[in-house]
Structures are given as C-alpha cells and as structure tokens.
Design a protein around this ligand. Structure first.
Ligand code: ATP
Ligand code: MG
Length: 268
C-alpha cells in the first residue's frame, strides 16, 4: 500500500469516527475535544469489538468525557481523558511518589496515558478484593473502557449526591467498610472520595473515578485518607450518626502518621 493510500485510509477512519461521535453529541463535542490520535484509537477499539456503537455522553467535564457505549458483550462506559484540558499538574503530583510509576517519561501526553493506565490498574486491584467498582476491560492511550454501572434497563446509576437513600446509616457504614478494605486488602487510598465519585443504586454504593488512588507508601497517602473520611463524614453527618474521622483513620491504618493530630496530618 502506498503512503498516500494508507493516509487516505487513516483519514477516512478518523472522519468516520468523528461523524459517529458528532452525530450523537454535536453540541457538546467540539472539533478540538478529540484529537485525531484519540479518534484513531477509538476506531481500533471498534474494530476489536470493545465498542460496537457509541451512545450519548453520561458526563462531560474538563478532565474527561464518559460515554455509554455498546460492545460485543453488552453495555460499557468509555472514559476519555481530554489530552488538552486535563489538569496535568495535579496528575503529576499523584504520579510522582507512586513507586508503580517511577519509570515514565514526563511529557504531558505520557502523564495522561500513565494516568489512564493507573486508573485501570487501581480498578483492577479494587475489583480483585471484591469491592463494588466498575470492572476495567481495556485501556489504550487516554481511553478506558469499563463496565457500565447501571440498573437492569441500562440506565446509569446516579451519583450519591443526587440519589435518595432509604437507610443512610447502612450506606455510610458500607462506604466506611469499603474504605477499610480498599486500604487493608487492595492497598489503595481512593484520594478523591466524595458524593460525586460514589454512584448509588439498588441500595448499594459503588466507588468510581480511581485515577488518583495511591498506594499506602505514597507520601500523601495518610492525609488523602483522612480527607476521604472527612468528606464522607461531612456528607452523612446531617442524616445519620458518623464515627469520628480520627478514630476511623486509626482503625483503618496503624501507620505512625495516623496517630498525629488531625491538623498536622492535613498539612503533611
Ligand atoms: N463505569 C461507570 N458507569 C456508570 N457511570 C459512570 C461510570 N464511570 C463514570 N460514570 C459517570 O461519569 C461521571 C464522571 O466520571 P468520573 O468521576 O470517573 O470522571 P471525572 O469526574 O471526569 O474524573 P476526573 O475528575 O478525574 O477527570 C460519574 O460521576 C458518573 O456519573
Ligand atoms: Mg469524578
């Protein structure tokens, strides 16, 4: 195949993919949201059967867009990190200090790809110990394909902040237990836990958005764990009894830093 016809093929695949996404989301997806390389990577995922058709966006943000898609085996969620607008400096802070990612080069693109891989690996670790998180299916470049967390009719579960809970105390206790299992068995601290990054459906909380989760040996692990617990307590304290954050921190981890004063931990 000549270079010319190869390029023609590539252009055609890119524009096919662009049309597929544009048709569905013409107003929200501007031309510059997905670069050609992202569109080509999506095209390859379609060819391999990980995605068979594109549904609408579940969420569009500064860092990522999440789409509901069909695949050969059922519905999936496709999270696409936006290479141009993702908060690269913030990402870098979490990646540096994580011994699993010491060898990566530090260009903007490398950081975003490493972040996608990190979210895949964090979800795998959490899933392996039985936690309710989306099963990660495949990742490539800045794209993560995972299980869609949805009801039996395929409607994605809402974020905890907009869900009605019959028994808030039971939900709070389940979340605290998941934070413990995540730390003690999966050896991870979520690092951005809040009513935005927990979905709720069928009386069950689900943890999502784990790109920033760090291992307990990360220098910020204990302050991040304290912040996660405080966020959850803040959300629930008006609806049910909560445990003091400091007690939970000490119960979950016997890390020496966990015994310091809370204010000192926050400033670490
Ligand atoms: N696997 C999933 N199943 C159902 N809905 C999902 C799934 N993953 C994400 N969502 C929806 O998309 C929203 C955004 O996802 P997520 O929190 O992972 O990305 P984000 O907030 O953009 O992440 P970041 O801020 O790190 O870029 C979620 O609040 C949720 O409503
Ligand atoms: Mg989020």
């Amino acid at each position: 195949m000549s270079i010319e016809s190869r390029e023609h093929g590539f252009d055609k695949q890119i524009s096919e993919m662009r049309m597929k996404i544009k048709d569905l989301d013409a107003r929200k997806v501007k031309d510059d949201v997905f670069d050609d390389a992202t569109l080509f990577a999506l095209y390859k995922l379609v060819q391999k059967g990980w995605i068979s058709s594109f549904g609408g966006p579940i969420s569009t943000g500064k860092e990522s867009n999440v789409y509901m898609c069909d695949s050969d085996t059922g519905s999936v969620a496709v999270k696409i990190y936006l290479t141009r607008t993702a908060n690269f400096n913030q990402m870098q802070k979490y990646i540096i200090g994580d011994r699993r990612f010491t060898n990566i080069k530090k260009s903007r693109q490398d950081i975003i790809f490493a972040w996608t891989k990190k979210e895949f690996s964090n979800l795998s670790r959490a899933k392996k110990v039985g936690l309710p998180v989306p099963s990660p299916l495949v990742w490539t470049r800045n794209i993560l394909v995972m299980e869609l967390i949805a009801d039996s009719t395929g409607v994605p579960y809402p974020q905890l902040r907009s869900a009605y809970m019959d028994e808030p105390l039971a939900v709070y206790q389940a979340i605290v237990e998941y934070v413990r299992v995540l730390y003690q068995e999966a050896h991870l601290v979520h690092g951005d836990l809040s009513e935005f990054n927990i979905l709720y459906g069928s009386n069950q909380p689900w943890f999502i958005d784990m790109g920033q989760a760090v291992t307990p040996d990360h220098p910020k692990a204990i302050p991040l764990l304290l912040r996660d617990i405080e966020n959850i307590n803040r959300y629930f304290e008006h609806t049910c009894d909560t445990f003091p954050a400091k007690d939970l921190l000490a119960e979950i981890t016997d890390h020496p830093l966990a015994h310091l004063d809370e204010q000192v931990i926050r400033e670490l």
